[in-house]
Design a protein around this ligand. Structure first.
Ligand SMILES: CCCC/C=C/CC(=O)SCCNC(=O)CCNC(=O)[C@H](O)C(C)(C)COP(=O)(O)OP(=O)(O)OC[C@H]1O[C@@H](n2cnc3c(N)ncnc32)[C@H](O)[C@@H]1OP(=O)(O)O
Length: 346
C-alpha cells in the first residue's frame, strides 16, 4: 500500500503470475483494508502489479483436493474480504489494469467506481460457464453495479465482457427510449394534456358537490393519475434532461444522446497511471462531503446486501464446502486446471 500526498491509499495486488486469490493474499488484503480504515485515508484504489491481469479470481488450487480446515478458513476469509471491501465506509475505486474474471470481477464490483484499461481484456462473473453457482452475495455485487435484468443475463450466461461491452452495457431509456415506451395508455378517447393547475381546478369544482366530497381522495388520485399517464413521455424526458444536467454539473461522464450509462465499468484509460488518476478524481469528488455522513449513507445503501451474508454466513460456508467436496466438482476443477496449464504452455 502507498498513500499519496492527498491521503489516498493505492493498494497493489502482487501475487504473480495472475493474482489468484489464495488464503495468504486474502488475509493480506483484509489486513490492508483494516489499515486503510485505521489510517483514515481519504479513499482506496485497488490495482494490480501485473501488466495484464487484475486478478484471475479464486485460486483454484485452494479448492482442488483441499485440506478441509484450510478450505473452510479460505471461504470465511473470502467472506471477510468482501464484507470489508463492499462495506467499507471510505471511498473505493478499482483501476482494473488487466483481466478480471470471477473473483477479480467480484473485487472490482465491490468498489464504488471502476476504471479499466482499454485493450483485449475481459471482466465478468464466469462461474456458471464453469458449472459453479455463484453465491448470493457474489451475485449481489453485480446486481448492485448493473441493472437487475442485465445482471441476470450476465450471470446465467457466465458472460465475460470485453472492455467495450463493459462500458457500453446500458439501459436504453432517454429521449429515444422514452419515445419507445409508446404512446400513453389511456382508456377511452385521448385527453389533451392538462397542467396541474387545470387538474386542481377541475378537482375543486367536483368537490363542491357533497357526494363528490366523499370521494375527494379518489378524485384527486384519479386526476393525478390521468395527468401522469397523459404526460408520461414529457415527464420522462424532463427527468432525463434534468439528470443529464446534474451529471454534467457534477462532472459525471454521460452520453447526451438520451442514453443513460450504467456500465459494468465507469471509464476506460490508456494506461495504469491514467486509470489511477481517474480513480483519484472520483475519490476527490467527496472532498467537500463530510466523511461520516458519506460513509454512513453508503453503508445504509449497501446494508441489505451485507446483512444477508452476515445473517447466513454459516449456511453460505456449508453450501460452499458441500459443493466443492462433490466428486463432480473436483473432476471439473481438475479438468479446468489442466486446460489452464495446457493453455499457458502454448
Ligand atoms: C464453488 C463455489 C465457488 C464460487 C466462486 C468462484 C469464483 C472464482 O473466482 S473461480 C476462479 C475462476 N477464474 C478463472 O476462471 C480464471 C482462469 N484464468 C484465466 O482465465 C487466465 O489465467 C487469465 C485470463 C486470468 C490470465 O491469462 P494469462 O494467459 O495471462 O495467464 P495463464 O497462462 O492462463 O496463467 C498463468 C498461470 O496461472 C495459472 N492460473 C490462472 N488462473 C488461475 C486460477 N484462478 N487459479 C489457479 N491458477 C491459475 C495457470 O494455470 C498458469 O499456471 P502455470 O504457469 O503453472 O501453467
Amino acid at each position: 500500500m502507498a498513500v499519496d500526498n492527498d491521503g489516498i491509499a493505492v493498494v497493489t495486488l502482487q501475487r504473480p503470475p495472475v493474482n489468484s486469490l489464495n488464503l495468504d493474499l486474502l488475509q493480506a488484503m483484509n489486513n490492508t483494508f483494516d489499515d486503510v480504515a485505521k489510517n483514515k485515508s481519504k479513499g482506496m484504489i485497488l490495482t494490480s502489479a501485473s501488466p495484464t491481469v487484475f486478478s484471475a479470481g479464486l485460486d483454484i488450487m485452494e479448492m482442488y483436493k483441499p485440506d478441509p480446515k484450510r478450505l473452510e478458513t479460505f471461504w470465511v476469509t473470502l467472506q471477510d474480504m468482501w464484507l470489508k471491501l463492499f462495506g467499507a465506509s471510505f471511498p473505493t475505486a478499482a483501476a482494473i489494469n488487466g483481466h478480471a474474471p470471477a473473483g477479480g470481477c467480484l473485487i472490482a464490483t465491490s468498489c464504488e467506481y471502476r476504471v479499466m484499461l482499454s485493450g483485449k481484456f475481459t471482466i465478468g462473473l464466469n462461474e456458471t460457464a464453469l458449472g459453479i453457482v455463484p453465491p448470493t452475495w457474489i451475485q449481489d455485487s453485480l446486481r448492485h453495479t448493473i441493472p437487475t435484468r442485465q445482471a441476470e443475463i450476465a450471470l446465467t450466461t457466465g458472460k465475460m465482457f470485453t472492455v467495450d461491452e463493459a462500458l457500453k452495457w446500458r439501459t436504453n431509456r432517454g429521449a429515444e427510449g422514452a419515445a419507445r415506451l409508446g404512446p400513453p395508455v389511456l382508456e377511452g378517447p385521448q385527453m389533451p394534456p392538462r397542467s396541474p393547475d387545470q387538474i386542481l381546478n377541475k378537482t375543486l369544482k367536483m368537490c363542491l358537490s357533497p357526494k363528490m366530497a366523499l370521494d375527494t381522495g379518489i378524485i384527486k388520485l384519479n386526476a393525478l393519475n390521468e395527468y401522469l399517464v397523459t404526460e408520461r413521455t414529457t415527464i420522462v424526458d424532463n427527468a432525463i434532461t434534468f439528470g443529464i444536467k446534474k451529471c454534467n454539473d457534477m462532472d459525471i461522464n454521460i452520453q447526451k444522446r438520451g442514453r443513460r450509462k450504467v456500465g459494468l465499468i465507469d471509464e476506460t484509460a490508456a494506461d495504469k497511471a491514467e486509470a489511477i488518476e481517474k480513480c483519484k478524481k472520483f475519490i476527490k469528488r467527496f472532498d467537500k462531503i463530510p466523511s461520516l455522513a458519506r460513509g454512513m449513507t453508503k453503508q445504509i445503501f449497501r446494508q441489505e446486501v451485507l446483512q444477508k451474508l452476515l445473517t447466513n454466513r454459516q449456511a453460505d460456508t456449508k453450501q460452499f464446502l458441500d459443493l466443492v467436496n462433490q466428486p463432480k466438482i473436483q473432476q471439473s476443477l481438475e479438468l479446468y486446471l489442466a486446460m489452464l496449464k495446457q493453455k499457458s504452455q502454448k
